[in-house]
Design a protein around this ligand. Structure first.
Ligand code: ASP
Length: 421
């Protein structure tokens, strides 16, 4: 009982920290004069160090936690047939929701017309520093690790997933012959989960500093000429997150969507503040297990996979951005261009890493596919931070909904956990 109370407190504390941090950030931006105290001590000092320190603590967990829990998960599922089925279902679900997200984005943007009548001079264009994105062929090849240790050192999720699945499946096959190694992984896995819980205790402080720093640096005046664009992205994100996902969740699992959102909300807040899908992996797996009832056997596989290849929120931004840039430059898009956008943005979602701002990098690939100028990215770069935060929350919610559906279909969803308050 006491333990449960502590948990409810933690979610409320994170929400409180988020609101208080945002308010403090706005106050600092407008009322505290620029200078050494504000810029160096407060924003670049305390907020930066504490906020980034927290993200690093969460990132520190990702590779060992994903690796161990995936080894344990695949070891306990054991047979490759079930694992293969889970994998295929998950990938299909991820691709489907991404394509759906882009269609919603294109629909909303065509109704709102965010780029019509925009004066290009009024928008604060930023310098475009778009890095080269990896080709699809290389993205596919990179799934196989040349050196698993190097993949772990670089935090490359897909090759880690492949290697961990291999280890887990073979450990299951070897049985008692490899019991020392199996025991090691399951005990190390427990250790990582303990560490996640220990770090989550300081989450409110980390969230507070991260959000205060972001809001104290954001120039809200840059938003004004971009309100229609931002509105279109946000509307499409809301439709995807609270509409499509919840309908899918209900159809497949019959779980109460409102309850699901309430339970998963702290993870969404965390994704919002950090704009980093990758860093939310430990918290997502933990929350899905303890509050929603999803077995780690499924989530240890589908959550890291989703954080790497399933970026529905990012695709929504890209869909709206395509319409916005086409309209701003007065370029007409044909229906076949729109189909190309759906296809390339789905592939771009696979190639987008779960870290801040990468969606803008892969946007260049989508723009090029239909002959739009990549300089258009400069128009939306200045206001992208807030949208990055929002779309990251949607990105990880999509992963969680898919995980819950797949867990349900494999009888690995404990409804009594979901029913508990
Ligand atoms: N920040 C996003 C994420 O981590 C990726 C992006 O859209 O830039 O999911």
């Amino acid at each position: 009982m006491a333990k449960r109370k502590k948990k409810i407190d933690l979610s409320a504390k994170i929400l409180f920290a988020l609101i208080a941090g945002a308010l403090l950030g706005v106050v600092i931006h407008y009322y505290v004069p620029e200078g050494y105290f504000r810029d160096t001590i407060l924003i670049g000092g305390i907020f930066y160090v504490v906020g980034q320190g927290f993200i690093r603590l969460m990132q520190m967990l990702v590779v060992p936690l994903v690796f161990c829990s995936l080894v344990c998960g695949s070891m306990s599922i054991g047979d490759t047939k079930t694992l293969g089925k889970v994998g295929i279902k998950t990938v299909i679900f991820y691709l489907f929701t991404t394509a759906l997200a882009i269609c919603i984005a294109l629909g909303v943007a065509s109704l709102i017309n965010p780029g019509i009548g925009i004066s290009l001079e009024a928008v604060e264009a930023s310098e475009v520093t778009v890095a080269e994105s990896t080709s699809f062929a290389d993205t596919l090849l990179n799934i196989i690790p040349k050196n698993p240790i190097a993949s772990m050192a670089n935090g490359d999720m897909l090759p880690i997933i492949v290697f961990a699945l291999f280890v887990g499946i073979l450990l299951a096959k070897m049985g008692s012959k490899a019991s020392t190694v199996s025991n090691f992984f399951s005990q190390f896995n427990d250790l990582m989960m303990e560490m996640t819980m220990a770090i989550m205790v300081v989450a409110p402080i980390g969230v507070f500093c991260l959000i205060a720093k972001t809001f104290s640096e954001i120039g809200f005046s840059a938003f004004l000429p971009m309100l229609k664009y931002m509105g279109a992205v946000i509307l499409a994100l809301v439709i995807q997150c609270f509409g499509s996902y919840q309908v899918l969740l209900f159809i497949f699992t019959r779980l109460n969507p409102v309850r699901f959102i309430k339970k998963f909300f702290p993870v969404m807040m965390f994704a919002f503040t950090t704009a980093t899908s990758n860093a939310t992996i430990p918290m997502s797996i933990d929350t899905l297990e303890k509050k929603i009832g999803v077995s780690k056997k499924i989530s240890s596989f589908t959550i890291p996979l989703g954080a790497t290849i399933n970026m529905d929120g990012t695709s929504i931004m890209q869909g709206v951005a395509v319409i916005f840039i086409a309209q701003a430059y007065g370029i007409n898009l044909t229906p076949s261009d729109l189909l190309t956008v759906i296809a390339t943005a789905t592939i771009a979602s696979i190639g987008t890493a779960g870290v801040p701002s990468v969606g803008l990098v892969t946007l260049s690939m989508v723009l090029t596919s239909v002959g739009l100028p990549t300089e258009g990215i400069a128009l939306i770069m200045g206001i992208d931070r807030i949208l990055d935060m929002l779309r990251t929350a949607v990105n990880i919610t999509g992963d969680a909904v898919c995980t819950t559906v797949v867990a349900h279909q494999n009888q690995l969803l404990d409804r009594s956990t979901f029913a508990k308050n």
